[in-house]
Structures are given as structure tokens and as C-alpha cells.
Write a protein that binds this ligand. Structure first.
Ligand SMILES: Cc1cc2nc3c(=O)[nH]c(=O)nc-3n(C[C@H](O)[C@H](O)[C@H](O)COP(=O)(O)OP(=O)(O)OC[C@H]3O[C@@H](n4cnc5c(N)ncnc54)[C@H](O)[C@@H]3O)c2cc1C
Length: 306
């Protein structure tokens, strides 16, 4: 009997089909399985959850039911299978395959460890949009206004997969916007292939090539936010009276742009404390209209998040 799952997100059982090393610190893992035919991706920064085996090696077994998240949260934290957030890089639903690009940051996290060490055929589970039951804006923030004329992207390596997807999407437009892209990466070899067009200005900022104070996580992204060119249309007409501080060790930093004005659109993602500083820098110090910028803490140095 075929059961149709009618929730906008659903659980997919998949296994590792291929691993391709893209750069010194990034690998593309291709996951496959018949259920992937029912997966959807709605934007280049489409976020999904991946469930990895626990320390004991037992594969995740999230039930295929709509209330899986409530059940998951009912378990004591130490007993849950690790769940981490990633970005769909490419989906070939009809072929039953999905690509996800993993930063290989060492064996200190279950996701990075699994990405580096898993054998072909090893299973994981994914929570992702359900192609059979889509419901609007699910799990992505890249929603530029039609005809946007200036784009600013600032990302570290965790957000480079989404950012390159954004550049690929923009490059397909008949008249792509002027775009500044600043990417902080650990090594020169992490500069990945990008699309090109005359208005695209890319800055790869390599941590291993700069002095120690600029090599710490996020410092080069902050530097980029200080020097990015801002068109007049990016600046708020009324100065921000105050900007509430965010404690990135307690709360997630996630602020969405909300605009139909095509003069400027920003997308900033990476280490959360760096994004917090960039938020202050762009909005408070440089006067950027906060409704024009997405600001997203993708991970927090020294902390574990799911
Ligand atoms: C919307 C969204 C989309 C994302 N997309 C991607 C993606 O496509 N590819 C990707 O690789 N990541 C992506 N991330 C980031 C990823 O979820 C985190 O890096 C996550 O912490 C990795 O889990 P882990 O099990 O390897 O490490 P954790 O168990 O979470 O952390 C263990 C330790 O490693 C540190 N750590 C975590 N990430 C890094 C890192 N990148 N570099 C150095 N130290 C780190 C932590 O601070 C902690 O000290 C995304 C995050 C979000 C919110």
C-alpha cells in the first residue's frame, strides 16, 4: 500500500551514494534513495535537517509521522540522535539523489565526523520539503525582490554552498544585478568554481593568508561588511533608534529581509557572533535599512546547536 504523506516537510530515509572532495575543507556527499523522488527544494538556501547515528553507531530511526519533532524533543537530549542543519546543493528528485556540501571541520562534531568517515551505503535521515505537499515559503530566506539591482552576499564556508547556489540563480537572469560576494574560507584551495557576469565582484578572503587577528572565525566577514560598497538605496531614510542586542550563546540570530524595493538586497550567513557584529556594523554604523538584509547565524564557535 502506498501511503501519501501530507505534511509540507517529511522524513526521507537515504544512504550515502558518493563522496567527492571539492576542496581541502569541503566535501560533496550525494545521498540516494527511492523516497528522494518526493523531495523538493524551493530556493538556493533551502535548509534541511540531517539525522546522524548516535555514538553507539546505531542509525537514526526518526518515525515517518507528522509529530516526529514533538517525539524527538520529548527524548532527553543525551538520547536523541544528532540533528544538524544543512543546505540542499543540488536535488535530482527524479533520479532519487540529493547533493549536500559539508564543511570538514574535524571530528569534533557528529556531522563533520560522519561526512569525513562514513562508508558508501551508510544510512542517515533527512527532514526536507515534501514535493507532494508544498506549502508556501518553507525553510529558506533568499527572496530577493523582482528586478533587484544590487546584491550583497557575505558568507563563511558553511554558507558558501547556499551563496554559490544564489550566484548560479542570479547568473541565469537575463540582466543579473550588480553583486558583491565576500567569502571567508580557511585555505586558498577552498575557492570554488563560480558563475561569472560583468557586474559580479567576488572577494575570496583566505584565513590562512592573513595575520592571526584576521584569521579568527568571522573576522574577514566583518572586515568585508565594513568595506562593502553600499548604494544609496541601501541606506535607511530614518536612522535606527536602537538595535536590541542579541546573545548568540543563548539565542539564535535570525533576521529576515522583508522588502519589495529592488534597490538593494543583502544576505549574510556564517558564524553567529560574526553575524551579530556585522548586524551592528551594517545597520547601526553604516545606516543600512534593516528590512533589506537577511542576517543568519549558521553556527556558533565553541557551541553545539541543532
Ligand atoms: C540554515 C543553515 C544551513 C547550513 N548549511 C550548511 C551547509 O550546507 N554545509 C555545512 O557544512 N554547514 C552548514 N550549516 C552549518 C552546520 O549546521 C554547522 O556547522 C553544524 O554545527 C555542524 O555540525 P557538527 O555536528 O559538525 O558540529 P557540532 O556538533 O554542531 O559542533 C561541534 C564543534 O564544532 C564547531 N563547529 C561547527 N561548525 C563548524 C565549522 N563550520 N567550522 C569550525 N568549527 C565548527 C562548533 O562550534 C563546536 O565547537 C548550516 C547551518 C544552518 C543554520
Amino acid at each position: 500500500m502506498t501511503i501519501t504523506i501530507t505534511t509540507p516537510y517529511r522524513i526521507f530515509d537515504v544512504s550515502l551514494a558518493r563522496r567527492e572532495i571539492l576542496s581541502p575543507n569541503m566535501a560533496r556527499l550525494t545521498f540516494a534513495g527511492p523516497q528522494v523522488r518526493h523531495m523538493a527544494t524551493l530556493a538556493p538556501d533551502q535548509r534541511i535537517k540531517i539525522f546522524f547515528p548516535k555514538q553507539d553507531g546505531l542509525p537514526p530511526a526518526i518515525p515517518h509521522r507528522p509529530d516526529w519533532y514533538e517525539l524527538y524533543k520529548l527524548q532527553p537530549p543525551g538520547e536523541r540522535v544528532p540533528m544538524r542543519t544543512y543546505t540542499i546543493r543540488y536535488l535530482r528528485a527524479d533520479a532519487g539523489e540529493v547533493d549536500i556540501d559539508f564543511v570538514l571541520h574535524g571530528d569534533n562534531g557528529p556531522a563533520s565526523r560522519w561526512a569525513a568517515n562514513a562508508d558508501l551505503g551508510d544510512p542517515v535521515q533527512i527532514s526536507a520539503p515534501n514535493r507532494d505537499h508544498l506549502a508556501g515559503n518553507q525553510g529558506y530566506e533568499w527572496k530577493p525582490p523582482a528586478g533587484v539591482r544590487n546584491v550583497l552576499l557575505i558568507a563563511d564556508l558553511t554558507a558558501v554552498p547556499a551563496a554559490i547556489g544564489i550566484l548560479e540563480e542570479l547568473s541565469m537572469l537575463s540582466d543579473p544585478p550588480k553583486t558583491q560576494a565576500f567569502f571567508e574560507v580557511p585555505d586558498a584551495g577552498d575557492r570554488l568554481p563560480l558563475p561569472q557576469w560583468p557586474g559580479l565582484d567576488v572577494h575570496w578572503m583566505v584565513q590562512s593568508e592573513v595575520a592571526a587577528e584576521l584569521a579568527r572565525y568571522g573576522a574577514l566577514m566583518i572586515d568585508a561588511a565594513a568595506k562593502a560598497r553600499l548604494p544609496q538605496g541601501a541606506i535607511a531614510s530614518i536612522a535606527v533608534p536602537e538595535l536590541a542586542e542579541i546573545d548568540v550563546d543563548k539565542d539564535s540570530l535570525w533576521e529576515r529581509a522583508d522588502t519589495r524595493d529592488g534597490s538593494f538586497y543583502g544576505w549574510v550567513a556564517g558564524e553567529a557572533d560574526a553575524v551579530r557584529i556585522i548586524r551592528n556594523l551594517l545597520i547601526k554604523d553604516r545606516g543600512v535599512d534593516r528590512s533589506l538584509v537577511n542576517l543568519m547565524g549558521y553556527w556558533r564557535h565553541g557551541r553545539i546547536r541543532d
